[in-house]
Design a protein around this ligand. Structure first.
Ligand code: COA
Length: 157
């Protein structure tokens, strides 16, 4: 395919690119504030990974490693990845970029949890993400989907 997944840096250029994504919100604004107030260095690491087509950011996701002591989803309990803000710009959808980002997340070898948008369930099924048994106390209105690496299963409550 010729494009690769890159870890994105926090700088004004990246934050300008983020404005093209629908899910632009408080997370991006706070990154912009921190950068403006020099609370973070220009070009410091962000939790975002993305795909460039030429010099244009066309797909991105956020990934964050959660410590095993907070794991309520997986057995045995372990560090896992939370994936959010997966989004491909409209003109670049259905070309495999979403899949490429999710496969990249899987290469860390950790279980993954995401809380997808309602309309993307067909995509997540293809990515082999599964529903969890809803647990009101834990999930509180979320509808998480998870991916289990080999040897990992659902935590029983
Ligand atoms: N429903 C069912 N299957 C879907 C799908 C969907 N909404 N989107 C993609 N797929 C399938 C593709 O057909 C492809 O199947 P294949 O491997 O058999 O060819 C596979 O999932 C991988 O698709 P890919 O090209 O990587 O998808 P993408 O790059 O467009 O990324 C999203 C998928 C959902 C992340 C992306 O389209 C997006 O950001 N959409 C934003 C809005 C949204 O959520 N749309 C949902 C539909 S309204």
């Amino acid at each position: 395919m010729g494009v690769k997944v890159e870890k994105l840096k926090v700088n004004f250029k990246t934050l300008e690119e983020f404005k093209k994504f629908k899910e632009y919100g408080i997370q991006e604004l706070s990154m912009l504030d921190d950068l403006g107030a020099k609370m973070v260095e220009d070009d410091s690491d962000s939790p975002f990974y993305g795909i460039y087509f030429g010099d244009k950011l066309v797909a991105r996701m956020s990934l964050y490693q959660i410590d095993a002591k907070f794991d309520r989803y997986f057995y045995p309990p372990q560090d896992y990845l939370e994936l959010w803000k997966l989004e491909v710009l409209p003109d670049y959808q259905d070309k495999g970029y979403g899949k490429q980002l999710v496969e990249f997340a899987k290469t860390f070898g950790l279980p993954i949890k995401t809380n997808p948008r309602v309309k993307s369930s067909g995509f997540w099924e293809k990515m082999e993400f599964a529903n969890v048994d809803y647990d009101m106390e834990r999930d509180r209105g979320e509808n998480p989907l998870v991916w289990y690496p080999e040897g990992v299963e659902a935590q029983q409550h």
